[in-house]
Ligand binder design. Structure first.
Ligand code: NDP
Ligand code: GDR
Length: 371
């Protein structure tokens, strides 16, 4: 008998990679997607199966983490062996604009799922993965951050996720549930949401190289993140639910890099050398050399500028994770380092933007990519 997994947030970056991974392992995968006015399944369209076909292993259900009865009904129908709770309003800056909704979906949403498992009498059957985050560490207290580092959340998103973290621990202890927190550090990919900083950078660099955009506007260039590849990180989620005992794990690369350095690396991937000059909001990135004859960028052109609108009311300055426990207990190890990640993202975004350029040049459509 195949194992059955239910994934919330299946239309997101991690949901898509995890679905692929579990399907390859022979799972039957069910996912919860939200109703939206435009299609929101682009990342999983290649996995879609015609509902008229009898033998299927991939199913989608309409639902929302803010709707308990909907979650109870889906879990009752699906009777999952494993639930991966990946759904969340996951943008830190946007959480300052929508704090109440973020608390409801990211915090109470986690409780709704755990409580549904309990009410349906599935505590001995269903294993639960909670998408916890390095944002819990917030204000730097020690580096590298481990499973034992105290939390100090710095955004409505992180505070909501703090509730999600502890309610998962509480249900594990109170009801003996197999419930785990993956404290995942930033992980990116070619299908990363376009408004997270890495993808915003790789898309813009591809567009600037192709002459579709002149400048990239960013916020805090000095923030440092421990960036890994999402393909590696979904494997850790799976491994956590295959252990004998439930536990919480940090998943990270152990290497930290500034936003500024990420920008330099992304440009260098397409043969453009850039240098930053100035300080604070006056800091700008200029082209030093363009070593790729395909691209026509003038030496001295200003291609990056700081825009304070992207500053956050409270920032997380430095994240660097210690994945020792995940490595020793789960046998997890990442295949991608930062170089390989930037390469993968730039390669795919160049392909995408070349397609857009073709459409633009042909007069078929014009898109506004400034975000
Ligand atoms: P994405 O933003 O790419 O995906 C989020 C998913 O959640 C989407 O499928 C989205 O649906 C869905 N969603 C949002 N709100 C609701 C809701 N109210 N009800 C149901 N579904 C909802 O995030 P990632 O894939 O990058 O991250 C997955 C999880 O891991 C998130 O919980 C995130 O907070 C957490 N995390 C992510 C890290 C990262 O670096 N990527 C690091 C640590 C934790 P739709 O497509 O319709 O918007
Ligand atoms: P983060 O990711 O907040 O770490 O949360 P994001 O890519 O949004 O920001 C990383 C850092 O870059 C700085 N920054 C900018 N960020 C964005 N989005 N846009 C900009 O223009 C910009 N300029 C500078 C930010 O200030 C920040 O310091 C991600 C999400 O996936 C969360 O869901 C997850 O929990 C954490 O990673 C781990």
């Amino acid at each position: 008998m195949s194992k059955v997994a239910l994934i919330t947030g299946i239309t997101g970056q991690d949901g898509a990679y995890l679905s692929e991974y579990l399907l390859k392992k022979g799972y039957v995968v069910h996912g919860i997607k939200r109703r939206s006015s435009l299609f929101n399944t682009e990342r999983i369209d290649h996995l879609y199966q015609d509902p008229h076909v009898e033998q299927r292993n991939f199913y989608l259900h309409y639902g929302d983490l803010t709707d308990s009865t909907n979650l109870i009904r889906i879990i009752q129908e699906v009777q999952p062996d494993e639930i991966y709770n990946l759904a969340a309003m996951s943008h830190v800056q946007v959480s300052f604009d929508t704090p109440e909704y973020t608390a409801n979906a990211d915090g109470i949403g986690t409780l709704r799922l755990l409580e549904a498992i309990r009410l349906l009498g599935l505590t001995n059957k269903t294993r639960f993965y909670q998408a916890s985050t390095s944002e819990l560490y917030g204000l730097v207290q020690e580096v590298p951050q481990t499973e034992k580092t105290p939390f100090y959340p710095r955004s409505p998103y992180a505070v909501a996720k703090l509730y999600g973290y502890w309610i998962t621990v509480n249900y594990r202890e109170a009801y003996n549930m197999f419930a785990c927190n993956g404290i995942l550090f930033n992980h990116e990919s070619p299908i990363r949401g376009e408004t997270f900083v890495t993808r915003k950078i790789t898309r813009a660099v591809a567009r600037i190289a192709l002459g579709l955009q002149q400048k990239l506007f960013l916020g805090n260039l000095s923030a440092k993140r421990d960036w890994g590849h999402a393909k590696d990180y979904v494997k850790a989620m799976y491994l956590m639910l295959q252990q004998d005992q439930p536990d919480d794990y940090v998943v990270a690369t152990g290497v930290t890099t500034s936003v500024r350095e990420f920008v330099v690396r992304a440009f260098s991937e397409v043969g453009i050398e850039i240098e930053f000059k100035g300080e604070g909001v006056e800091e700008k990135g200029y082209v030093v050399a363009c070593n790729n004859p395909e691209y026509k960028l003038e030496k001295g052109a200003c291609v990056v500028e700081v825009d304070p609108r992207y500053f956050r009311p409270t920032e997380v300055d430095l994240l660097i994770g210690d994945p020792s426990k995940a490595k020793s207990k789960l046998g997890w190890k990442p295949n991608f380092d930062l170089n390989a990640l930037v390469k993968d993202m730039m390669k795919e975004d160049l392909k995408l933007m070349k397609r857009d350029k073709f459409l633009n040049d042909g007069g078929y459509r014009t898109l506004n990519y400034y975000e």
